[in-house]
Design a protein around this ligand. Structure first.
Ligand code: HEC
Ligand code: HEC
Length: 224
């Protein structure tokens, strides 16, 4: 396509026109790479997703985590992106009927440009508290009790790899995966990020958010 062709495409479709390494590598086949209007972010769309939305990847992930994960991806959602398809109920709880498909690996010579392309997708950056709130001081055992039982986060998020698969993303490495400001903003109000996010909005006070952040920080320090 000549320069005039490119300019014509940009003029007609300003958002979809971005053609970068993510398009080239086929990431768009499973991921939403450009923002879509709030009204179009329906439950039906959420349930049909083939991968998590990446149009706020630049506001969400730590770049150094992206670099290592894309080179050697490990499962984050133990039951996949559509848990209801891979799990079946039993008397002792949900069981995994099939393992989620492994994530495509990004070739090492493309990692740098893929991470830059993800970082440039910074929808929601205005939702991030600046500076990021610091984790609150709370002893390890109390922090765990708070996360698992008091706040009930443990019913959807695993904090050890040995537990049965749950519907939410694993959070053993949540601290090293997610930017602290995103952690705080998402925990405080998941529906700001996705109007149909299945995670309840708890309307937590900053100190409560800080305690949950501290638990994830402590977890990330433990060798597993
Ligand atoms: C066949 C579908 C598919 C393709 C193609 C694909 N992904 Fe994914 N991607 C997924 C799924 C499913 C997950 C969730 C994995 C999990 O939770 O274990 C995911 C997760 C991710 C994550 C972590 C996000 C998160 O919060 O879980 C990143 C970053 C990512 N993909 C980037 C990419 C990039 C960059 C490309 C293109 C090089 C790509 N993906 C291609 C399906 C795909
Ligand atoms: C009813 C189930 C449920 C409960 C309870 C729940 N979550 Fe979630 N949470 C989810 C799901 C599902 C997602 C992923 C949403 C998506 O894919 O867009 C998520 C996403 C997250 C994320 C972003 C991680 C990521 O990789 O996308 C964090 C951080 C998080 N939850 C923390 C918590 C904390 C802290 C609590 C307790 C206060 C909690 N969650 C309670 C279901 C839940």
């Amino acid at each position: 396509m000549g320069l005039c062709g490119i300019l014509a495409v940009i003029a007609v479709t300003p958002i979809q026109a971005r053609s970068d390494v993510l398009e080239e590598l086929g990431c768009a086949g499973c991921h939403q790479l450009e923002p879509i209007p709030r009204a179009e972010r329906t439950l039906a769309r959420f349930a049909a997703r083939k991968g998590p939305d990446l149009f706020y990847a630049g506001s969400k992930y730590r770049p150094e985590w992206l670099r290592s994960w894309l080179a050697d991806p490990k499962p984050i959602r133990p039951a996949g992106i559509r848990p209801f398809e891979l799990t079946s109920s039993s008397e002792t709880g949900d069981v995994l009927a099939a393992a989620p498909a492994p994530h495509p690996t990004v070739p090492s010579n493309r990692i740098g440009s893929v991470v830059s392309a993800l970082e440039s997708r910074d929808w929601g950056s205005e939702l991030l508290p600046n500076p990021a709130p610091a984790p609150a001081q709370v002893p390890r055992m109390l922090a765990e009790l708070n996360f698992v039982k008091f706040k009930g986060c443990g019913s959807c998020h695993r904090t050890t790899a040995s537990g049965p698969p749950l519907s939410g993303p694993d959070l053993m490495d949540g601290w090293s995966r997610l930017q602290p400001a995103f952690l705080a903003a998402y925990i405080a109000n998941p529906q700001n990020w996705d109007p149909v996010a299945p995670m309840p909005g708890y309307a937590l006070q900053p100190i409560e958010v800080g305690k949950l952040m501290e638990y994830l920080r402590l977890l990330s320090q433990e060798a597993r």
